[in-house]
Write a new protein. Structure first.
Length: 254
């Protein structure tokens, strides 16, 4: 399982994935090694990160440990050698206080704070370049507005990540879902196994549940990806927003 995870990790450069995979294989017996060589599928074209990504990862971790701010530029085009005009905001240097490094969408994200104790922001590690730890002290997370709201609601960062699908951030609300039984594992894997799930009395093929979620792009992407097996039943404002989302997608094919 470790060898498979490393082989398919898009946040690793191909050479790093190969070296880590080979190191994992040395932990097994001779027969294990032969089996892993045959069973583990390596497609190095999927390891799209640059070699610099691992150093960025290390610097960010160190800054979190030292409670320091980091500076970086954002490489939206994911070019190996981007020019100034290829970078977000024409190469603007970002200064943020990093709090967490979390894996999501086959990548790692930094949850951070910019400015004077506002809301969380997030940045994709594979797109960050020229990452440096600064001498500036990181903003205290306890003064962050998003974090304060989490604590006031009796929640923590894990709840926050569950409620913001695909790292899209914004306000959350309670949304009701009508789901086919075959999606139960996907629903639990996305929103956690503490959900209240009820089988439909009149149709055992479905179950209902409700989730606290940011009901916008990331969540709508997830619902659409379930291929009609998950239906939003309320509130009506979310249903209408989802309809508009689907209409905007259909408009691209007219």
């Amino acid at each position: 399982m470790l060898a498979d995870a490393v082989a398919s990790a898009r946040f690793l450069a191909a050479d790093d994935a190969r070296k880590l995979g080979d190191a994992i294989m040395t932990l097994g017996t001779e027969s294990d090694k032969e089996l892993l060589k045959k069973a583990v599928i390596r497609d190095e074209s999927l390891n799209v990160a640059t070699k610099q990504a691992k150093y960025n990862f290390d610097r960010i971790l160190e800054a979190i440990r030292e409670r320091k701010q980091i500076s970086f530029q954002y490489n939206d085009k994911h070019l190996a050698k981007p020019a100034q005009e290829d970078l977000r905001n024409d190469g603007m240097i970002y200064y943020v206080s990093p709090y967490y490094l979390v894996p999501a969408k086959n990548d790692y994200y930094v949850i951070a704070c910019t400015g004077e104790y506002k809301n969380f922001s997030r940045y994709r590690v594979s797109r960050m370049i020229n990452v440096k730890e600064t001498e500036l002290a990181a903003k205290d997370i306890k003064l962050n507005e998003t974090y304060k709201k989490l604590l006031a609601d009796g929640k923590g960062i894990s709840d926050y990540l569950r409620e913001h699908i695909n790292m899209w951030f914004g306000d959350t609300q309670r949304v009701n879902l009508h789901c086919k039984q075959r999606t139960r594992l996907d629903v639990l894997g996305t929103f956690g196994n503490l959900l209240n799930i009820s089988d439909c009395k009149n149709d055992k093929e479905y179950f209902t549940t409700s989730v606290q979620v940011q009901a916008e792009g990331g969540f709508f992407n997830w619902v659409a990806g379930m291929g009609g097996n998950v239906i939003i039943t309320g509130p009506e404002c979310v249903r209408e927003a989802y309809k508009k989302y689907l209409e905007s997608q259909l408009a691209l094919y007219k």
